[in-house]
Unconditional design. Structure first.
Length: 452
């Protein structure tokens, strides 16, 4: 049988099929139907008691030479007691397993698992870091092609160094994600499928990669707070009111941006924010609201048009929350700089980020002698150890009083009637005043000594 003869084979017209055997491979057959011609192997396959036909491929897309090659291979496997179909499945499984063991594929699996882990607050940010510093990083492309088991410390150090040359903060985040990934992939029931026996960075810290975190310690000074507040008042809805509420409510910017009117309870002065995941469990998140906050929210509500949707801060008539804070924050900074030039030309408005507001509030709470556990509760920082396990009291009344105290003093700082958050008005003077006071005390001690 040759190619020309196969092409001359006439299709059937009765709906039946007929077979033409190949002269070179005896059990290779071309089966002709009404519309198609198919290469078929006729054999007694392992596990079958009778001779059966099994399709090799379509005539046309598959050449006669290729069909003979496959037929010979299948015949050899049948002699060895191997079913070609099962062998193909096994080979496919092994191929898929090898693909899964590639560093890039394993990272994709890790990303898919992240939303199911015990602590999920930073999932979105963690995925963004992995994509930015690894999956979408051209410098990591070759290393990502390696099997996970073949990735070395030097490989990872090379990637971290490349990221570090651009941004140490990103390199620090990358180190965190590499540690998390290799702990995950080395865990029981995963190390086998991924073929990894040794964690290549076990025991290493970010410092071993010459990377460290520069903790941000910036706190807005009283004059900067006055400029911030004036700038926020000058900005229209939604961002102006948002920046004011953000400073007062001491919550994270994304949480406040997603605030809904349906979550606010004016009767109990509470914001029933979406639950947060703590140790794998969703925990109700209650935020007490002070009188100042309630008045500010009431003003916002009163200014909204009829039919406004559920989101408190929205550029889409309440249908979705605000997002993309970059342009709005830059506008706030520019307005704050201009406001500070009016308030005090001798001062300079330092660069600030929105998260600095939480640091301002926490520092102010300490300055106002608010107990540390109450202040930490306001920031939604969970209790540690056994206390966090057994003491489930939310301290809502104490937190509301502390927030009212904070907001009263913040108002005084903003309007200039108070110089800072703490009460400390020393009776100072010039060096001559202190010298005279010291001389007077010394003379008094001398006089008392003589009397004795």
């Amino acid at each position: 049988m040759d190619k020309e003869r196969i092409e001359r084979l006439k299709p059937t017209t009765s709906g039946r099929r007929y077979d033409i055997h190949d002269g070179e491979v005896a059990n290779l057959v071309v089966r002709v139907g009404t519309r198609t011609k198919v290469f078929v192997l006729m054999a007694r396959f392992p596990g079958d008691a009778r001779t059966t036909r099994r399709k090799i491929g379509m005539v046309g897309p598959m050449s006669l030479e290729k069909a003979r090659e496959i037929a010979l291979d299948w015949n050899e496997k049948i002699k060895q007691g191997i079913d070609p179909a099962e062998e193909k499945k096994r080979t496919g499984r092994e191929k898929r397993l090898q693909e899964r063991r590639v560093f890039r594929s394993a990272l994709v699996d890790f990303i898919a698992w992240l939303p199911d882990r015990r602590y999920t607050r930073h999932v979105t940010g963690d995925i963004a870091v992995i994509r930015r510093t690894l999956l979408d990083n051209p410098e990591a492309a070759e290393i990502l092609k390696k099997a996970v088991a073949d990735v070395t410390r030097d490989d990872l150090g090379e990637i971290v160094d490349g990221v570090n040359s651009r941004s140490m903060s990103q390199a620090y985040l990358l180190c965190d994600q590499l540690q998390a990934f290799f702990r995950w992939v080395s865990a029981p029931r995963r190390s086998g499928p991924y073929g990894i026996l040794v964690n290549p960075i076990d025991g290493l810290t970010a410092g071993d990669f010459d990377v460290w975190k520069n903790a941000r310690l910036h706190v807005l000074e009283p004059w900067e707070l006055r400029a911030y507040w004036q700038a926020a008042e000058e900005m229209p809805y939604p961002y102006g009111p948002y920046f004011k509420v953000l400073l007062l409510i001491v919550e994270r910017k994304s949480a406040v941006a997603g605030m809904r009117w349906s979550e606010l309870d004016p009767a109990k002065m509470l914001w029933r924010a979406p639950p947060v995941k703590v140790k794998g469990k969703l925990v109700e998140h209650l935020v007490p609201l002070s009188d100042q906050l309630m008045e500010l929210l009431a003003d916002i509500r009163r200014s909204l048009p009829t039919g406004h949707g559920d989101y408190v801060f929205s550029s889409s008539h309440g249908q979705s929350p605000i997002n993309g804070f970059g342009a709005a924050t830059n506008a706030l900074r520019a307005r704050a700089e201009a406001a500070l030039r009016e308030i005090d030309p001798t001062k300079v408005m330092r660069h600030f980020v929105l998260h600095d507001g939480r640091r301002v509030d926490r520092t102010a709470l300490s300055a106002l002698d608010v107990p540390s556990d109450v202040a930490e509760g306001i920031l939604n920082h969970s209790k540690k150890g056994m206390e966090g396990l057994y003491d489930q009291f939310r301290q809502i009344p104490q937190r509301r009083k502390a927030m009212a105290k904070l907001h009263d003093r913040l108002g005084e700082v903003v309007d200039g009637s108070k110089g800072d958050f703490w009460d400390d008005e020393p009776a100072g003077g010039s060096w001559e005043d202190f010298h005279r006071a010291a001389a007077a005390k010394e003379a008094e001690r001398t006089t008392r000594g003589r009397r004795r």
